[in-house]
Design a protein around this ligand. Structure first.
Ligand code: BLA
Length: 512
């Protein structure tokens, strides 16, 4: 029920994923103090590279493990990397009993210099810059948004070789849709499916804003513990920016349930917000060499910037149109003898100043309206809702259940969204903008009413086991009011306050 549901969500949100105290076995970690370059922590598997147990590596000078050229490169990279920043690739060099080539990624955190050491990878003949240049070059001339997203998925699949690459976009409620996909023929398409918000808990979304790329090479890996696992003050080591960070067991189970053996995801960040992810799946284990990861990271930044530019362009056009109606309305009011009365005949301009399907105005207990508005009973419902929530400024909802008298009632006049703007709170005068109900045929990946499972003890939350398509027709919702809509409403409110109240109450100067 609802309480269990909330408790389960809280449990998912409370897992401290950046303090995993372990890494994935596709690489090694040495963490040193600086400037003395003494090893303070090592991943347990470092014994494979250096022939001594990790415990014995701690306390050694780094010079005992790496040659001078490597240490110089690491020191330079550490100087370039600020605290809390992504790893900087330092250099490659031969290490270990077979003198293989490894790559070093370096960053600072917790007063330590962290050196992640990974095999360079056989197939990485091109460096990160060349690879990302190729990927970006194939996108610059793609103008259409849908085609752009498709090309993004194709380019990432081409360069990484994952079986399925998706562009996954978050919705206003943190659920998300697969809006583009490139995949091998033999696996199920995910294109068009919706996933619930609980699949990616809030602390993970917050981390993915700061750390833009994640790879899980093999969901069946055995985590490699760090030695020692905690800092001298007893606190866990912050692995937020470690490429090798061991990931949440809940999420590993999720991927296994999906039939996925390896995954990668790249953040798409727009306007400081996680807009979406480029999500990649593979049916077998798959290592992504550092150069390919670097290319994917750069590519993700390009994709983010291009999407941000598009969104800004669209918002500006939308605001310009609405602003033109607001300006038009303002000039009418300036020239009217009684601006507040004139408002009644200018409702159509109001409707375009906050793009909506209809406007109703309540002044001195009288309703006037234009476009599509609810029946009188519906308008009364809105006023009851405003009183109930104690609305004093602009408020809005896209969910009919919030304002309609009877819960679960389908909209009888086809309207679901309302934005309310106070004209005069003392007199109870309001402007109400309406948006129609949008019936949406949603295809969920798994039952949306069972987004996870709780084990027999009732204590442990796990991922759902079935991702089979589940259809649902969403009723009672309008297109959500955006922050742009709210901004437009607020600007309209200020203009009306300035143009109507001031002159109506004082002696009318404009009547001469
Ligand atoms: C992480 N969940 C993630 C990640 C994705 C998803 C992409 C990021 C890690 C990665 O790159 O693999 C979910 N994967 C998806 C979705 C699609 C996809 C939506 O391919 C759609 C195409 N997960 C649950 C439940 C919990 C949970 C019930 O289902 C909590 C109890 C948790 N998911 C969870 C956690 C992480 C995660 C904790 C973070 C993993 C980590 O970074 O350590």
């Amino acid at each position: 029920d609802a309480v269990d549901y909330q408790r389960a969500l809280a449990q998912c949100a409370s897992e401290p994923i950046q303090y995993a105290a372990a890494i994935q076995p596709s690489g090694y970690l040495l963490s040193c103090s600086a400037p003395d370059w003494v090893v303070r922590h090592a991943s347990a598997n470092c014994s494979e590279l250096f022939g001594q147990p990790a415990r014995e590596l701690c306390g050694l000078g780094l010079g005992k493990l790496l040659d001078d050229a490597m240490i110089d490169a690491v020191a330079r990279a550490a100087a370039d990397s600020g605290v809390g920043q992504r790893p900087v690739t330092a250099c490659a060099g031969n290490l270990g009993p077979r003198a293989e080539i490894f790559e070093f990624a370096v960053h600072r955190e917790d007063n330590l210099v962290h050196i992640e050491i990974e095999p360079q990878g056989m197939r990485a003949r091109l460096g990160a810059n060349e690879l990302s240049q190729q990927m970006i070059a194939r996108l610059v001339n793609v103008d259409d948004d849908d085609q752009f997203h498709r090309c993004v998925a194709e380019q990432v699949r081409l360069v990484t070789g994952f079986d399925r690459v998706m562009v996954y976009r978050f919705l206003h409620d943190d659920a998300g849709d697969v809006i583009a996909e490139s995949r091998v023929g033999e696996i199920d398409p995910y294109l068009g499916l919706r996933f619930p918000a609980s699949d990616i808990p809030p602390q993970a979304r917050a981390l993915y804003l700061r750390n833009r790329i994640r790879v899980i090479s093999d969901v069946d890996y055995r985590p490699v513990p760090l030695v020692p696992a905690t800092l001298p003050n007893g606190r866990p080591i912050d692995l937020s920016q470690h490429a090798l960070r061991s990931v949440s067991p809940v999420h590993l189970a999720y991927l296994r349930n999906m039939g996925v053996a390896a995954s990668m995801s790249i953040s798409i960040v727009v306007d400081g917000r996680l807009w979406g992810l480029i999500a990649c799946h593979h049916r077998t284990a798959r290592v992504v060499p550092p150069a390919v990861r670097g290319a994917a990271d750069l590519f993700g930044m390009f994709v983010s910037m291009r999407i941000a530019a598009r969104e800004l362009q669209r918002t500006m056009t939308y605001e310009d149109l609405a602003g033109a109606s607001r300006d038009h309305l303002e000039s009418r009011l300036v020239h009217a003898r009684m601006p507040s009365l004139a408002l009644t005949t200018e409702l159509n301009l109001l409707q375009h100043a906050v793009p909506s399907e209809g406007v109703a105005m309540l002044r001195n207990g009288e309703w006037s309206s234009t476009g599509r508005v609810p029946t009188r009973a519906g308008l009364d419902d809105v006023m009851t809702w405003l009183r109930r929530i104690g609305a004093a400024g602009v408020v809005s909802t896209a969910d009919i259940a919030e304002w309609h008298g009877q819960r679960d009632r389908r909209s009888d006049d086809g309207l679901a969204g309302v934005l309310a703007l106070p004209l005069d709170t003392e007199c109870g005068d309001w402007l109400l903008f309406f948006r129609r109900e949008q019936l949406e045929d949603v295809r969920w990946a798994g039952r949306p009413d069972e987004p996870f499972q709780i084990d027999a003890s009732g204590l442990k939350v796990g991922p759902r086991t079935s991702f089979g398509t589940w259809r649902e027709t969403m009723v009672g919702h309008a297109r959500p009011w955006s922050t742009t809509d709210l901004r437009l409403a607020e600007r309209l409110r200020l203009m009306l306050k300035h143009r109507c109240t001031a002159r109506d109450t004082g002696p009318s100067i404009g009547t001469l």
